[in-house]
Design a protein around this ligand. Structure first.
Ligand SMILES: [Zn+2]
Length: 292
């Protein structure tokens, strides 16, 4: 199980408590390698990436789960995505006069979006009206208020690795809606143990070792890990679609004016460029037949 980039689900036998542990190394470093981010932004990106991978693993689906925050602090936007529980990417925009000692996000809002390949898109918005709130607390509150799931989240990142740890107490069926005394005791005991996890352990030890160190007196069942990799979802097809949505008149006047329509992917720096013949071809009846 010693992958450098993976998420593992686990559960505590005979309790309603389950968890996720995520560790990212290579994929995180690839994201950091695309931009020259200040240290504070790097760590925040790591936390967002770990959270996104971890949350994606709780819902196992084909599609994209993303976390996007817009704030009034020094980091204007930060977005992390996990596709099909595997491919991760992230990007941040921050003020030019960024100062590592200053406030990172400030007040703002966090959007949690689940965009399945098939089926309906879901988006939950959480207002961050207290600039002391950490991403951990924002997500914990979200699960409690929107999903009625007791949740604890721990996120760690340095400039090389990012790690996430999560515990959830799954609700009982409607007939036994309140948690029993035993469940509360299990929850408190397991949280107490999890709270002893140190950042250096979360970042340096394998997931298996961490779970063993924390919970060797519990009966923990591990599920097969999902490996993660950096991968951008930009493509020739998506760029073409972006131009098609401009409409023929606007696309043609743009390409006539600029000679080329250039689309730069902010996530991976891939460049897509189209000259006038290519743009005309996109809108020709023939091209549309091929698409249909
Ligand atoms: Zn890209």
């Amino acid at each position: 199980m010693n992958y450098t980039d993976a998420t593992t689900r686990f559960l505590f036998e005979h309790t309603p408590i389950r968890g996720e542990i995520t560790q990212l190394s290579q994929s995180f470093q690839e994201v950091l390698g695309k931009h020259n981010y200040p240290v504070g932004v790097q760590k925040l990106i790591g936390q967002f990436m770990a959270a996104t991978a971890m949350l994606s693993d709780t819902i196992k689906f084909d599609g994209i789960l993303s976390l996007q925050v817009k704030g009034q602090g020094q980091v204007r936007t930060l977005m992390a995505e996990c596709r099909n529980n595997e491919a991760v990417r992230a990007i941040a925009q921050y003020n030019d006069d960024f100062d590592d000692s200053g406030e990172l996000l400030g007040e703002g809002q966090l959007a949690i979006t689940i965009d399945p390949d098939k089926g309906q898109r879901y988006q939950g918005i959480v207002l961050i009206n207290d600039d002391e709130l950490t991403l951990e607390k924002v997500l914990e509150n979200y699960f409690l208020q929107s999903e009625q799931i007791k949740t604890r989240i721990w996120l760690f990142a340095d400039q090389q690795k990012a790690s996430g740890f999560m515990l959830q107490s799954m609700p009982h069926s409607a007939s036994e809606s309140s948690l029993s005394q035993d469940d509360d005791e299990d929850w408190d005991r397991i949280n107490f143990l999890a709270d002893t996890l140190k950042p250096e352990e979360a970042l340096e030890l394998s997931s298996e070792t961490i779970l063993h160190r924390l919970f060797h007196e519990e009966t923990v069942r591990l599920y097969p890990s999902h490996q993660h990799r950096f991968e951008c979802t930009c493509s020739e097809e998506r760029s073409t679609n972006a131009i098609l949505t401009l409409g023929q008149d606007e696309a043609l006047s743009l390409v006539e004016e600029q000679k080329l329509i250039e689309i730069d992917c902010q996530f991976c720096h891939s460049k897509y460029a189209y000259n006038i013949e290519q743009v005309k071809a996109m809108f020709s009846p023939k091209a549309n037949d091929a698409i249909n």
